[in-house]
Design a protein around this ligand. Sequence first.
Ligand code: PGA
Length: 254
Amino acid sequence: MKKKIIVGNWKMNPESLEEATRVFTSVRKVASRLSSAHIVICPPDIYIQKFTSSRSRVSTSISIGAQNASIEEHGAFTGETSPIMLKDIGVTHIILGHSERRSMGETDEIVAKKVKTVLEVGIHPILCVGESTRDEQVLYLDTLKNQIKNSLAGVAKRYITQILIAYEPVWAVGAKEPMNPLVIEEMVIFIKKVLSDMFGHDEALQTAILYGGAVNFRNAPDIITKGKVDGLLVGRESVNVPSFIELIKSVDKL
Ligand code: PGA
């Protein structure tokens, strides 16, 4: 059985290394006892090395990811962090194309270039896609299809199963309620069809699809079982220790 993936996107939280360490240590303790879930914690870059350097104590059920990476590998790019540097300190996953970064001006073209660079470096991209709104004419499906195609433009077929696709309808990110799990299932089928047309049927079936947007410990089991996703991308609730631990345990039991 494939393990369910739970990605914790801490965003720009928490505000101190002490608190970050407290959250990470609590999650790591739970991760060491998991049987069917795998955790990927994506803290702000500044905290990453503190967690990866204690890697010998990190169980095999937890990995460390970043929330973004530079489009470039090295050079005169003030303020940027290269995926090579992230790899060097033990990062295994990088969230790319999150809607909060897209709203800061990151285009599909930029995202596609980052996806390719990150893959070449040997890190798993967690590619975020999702429509901003839903219209009655169902044009949002075309929008989503184009976003997937453009964000994966030029990616070689052999790489696709290394990528995790995080379907995050933008209107559900930071919202009170997630998407209805039965609609999530429809969207997963749609995304697999787009991937199948691009990369082939088997590759599409093997590529992990996650759901993100207002996930919490109450709705997580339904989203996984009824939504038929391979995992979850959790924002706010991933820095809320008791809730996140509850969420992890509920998914591990499925
Ligand atoms: P949320 O965020 O869980 O706080 O809605 C999800 C995300 O931004 O990935």
